[in-house]
Design a protein around this ligand. Structure first.
Ligand SMILES: CC(C)(COP(=O)(O)OP(=O)(O)OC[C@H]1O[C@@H](n2cnc3c(N)ncnc32)[C@H](O)[C@@H]1OP(=O)(O)O)[C@@H](O)C(=O)NCCC(=O)NCCSC(=O)C[C@H](O)C(=O)O
Ligand SMILES: [Mg+2]
Length: 287
């Protein structure tokens, strides 16, 4: 099984907010997105670019992936953001509103020309109707692209959809992107939950994201980290069950059988693969 990187909780923080950048050093988020796009006002963009590039190359955020979200491809800041990010060498450059494979190729070329180290990957945000329809070609466009990130605020805006409990209006789009990620072997992160005071609603959305198959969720506030880490990690009972399944199947195999029941349920090879994935995740999360 390939290495599992912890990406349950991926926290955005405004690149212009020095206090938030400092505070993030001690926060238990699995990964960070230092934002130059929506959370930064136009007249603060250049100072924020310098600040986040310095933060990303500082080595002060421990083992976590520190990424930089640049401004969109059609903005006046995009090229300079990409050049600066390529030099800073973060774990990834997060690019908003990616709509086609051609755009991914352009980003890839710009990173290469900018001298980005190999470890700097592309995380593509999918957040427009066009991106939903091109999700597979976007995900498959480059080996350097390792993660799809849902942008549910932009998507809802473009769709004229309302935010309702259960996210009915967005479920088709979320499923399309999940299919694209799984079909191409990429990681996929769910979108943000805007009401930072609504713990119950946030936890329900985390559970829904996990049930659908998302690898983790993007966050906007430190208070969202603990519930997100808890919900996206296998519980003790799930780890115990995974061990039981592996042991029962090993025993059956030794007796020449390819199928067994555990607690009355059929277990075949594919369920063992799932159980191994649960153990790998638990180990990656330090559970
Ligand atoms: C949402 C917020 C504006 C709320 O801010 P505020 O009311 O000031 O929060 P608190 O007073 O509760 O903050 C408590 C302390 O925590 C620090 N803090 C807050 N948020 C963060 C953060 N994201 N990272 C690190 N630290 C954070 C505060 O500084 C306080 O610290 P202290 O003073 O020491 O007590 C605010 O949370 C915020 O700005 N969040 C991030 C917003 C953001 O990045 N937005 C852009 C990304 S989301 C997006 O673009 C979606 C996507 O594209 C889509 O389309 O869906
Ligand atoms: Mg967006």
């Amino acid at each position: 099984m390939t290495e599992v990187k912890p990406r349950r909780s991926v926290l955005y923080m405004p690149g212009a907010n020095e206090r938030a950048l400092e505070k993030a050093k001690a926060l238990p988020a699995d990964a960070l997105i230092l934002d130059l796009e929506d959370a930064v006002a136009p007249d603060a963009k250049e100072a924020a670019r310098e600040r986040v590039c310095a933060a990303a190359s500082s080595g002060e955020y421990g083992k976590r992936e520190v990424t930089i979200r640049v401004n969109g491809l059609d903005t006046e800041w995009h090229d300079a953001d990409l050049r600066a990010a390529a030099q800073a060498g973060p774990a990834a450059v997060v690019v908003p509103k990616v709509n086609s494979a051609r755009e991914v190729h352009n980003i890839e070329r710009a990173l290469e020309l900018g001298g980005a180290p190999e470890h700097t990957k592309i995380w593509a945000m999918v957040e427009t109707p066009v991106a939903m329809l091109h999700a597979e070609e976007i995900a498959a466009a480059s080996d350097r692209l390792t993660v799809l990130v849902m942008g549910t605020n932009d998507l809802a805006k473009e769709l004229h959809a309302e935010f309702v409990p259960g996210r009915g209006p967005l479920l088709g789009a979320l499923s399309l992107c999940l299919l694209a990620a799984r079909a191409t072997g990429k990681v996929i992160l769910d979108g943000v939950y805007n009401d930072v005071k609504d713990t119950e609603g946030f936890e329900a959305e985390c559970r829904q994201g996990r049930e659908y198959g998302f690898d983790g969720k993007t966050l906007i506030h430190p208070g969202q980290i603990e519930p997100c880490n808890r919900i996206f990690a296998p519980s003790e009972a799930e780890v115990e069950q995974a061990r039981k399944i592996i042991a029962a199947f090993d025993e059956a195999k030794a007796e020449g059988r390819g199928v067994v029941t555990v607690d009355g349920r059929m277990i075949e090879n594919l369920h063992v693969d799932n159980a191994q994935r649960v153990l790998a995740l638990a180990e990656a999360f330090g559970a």
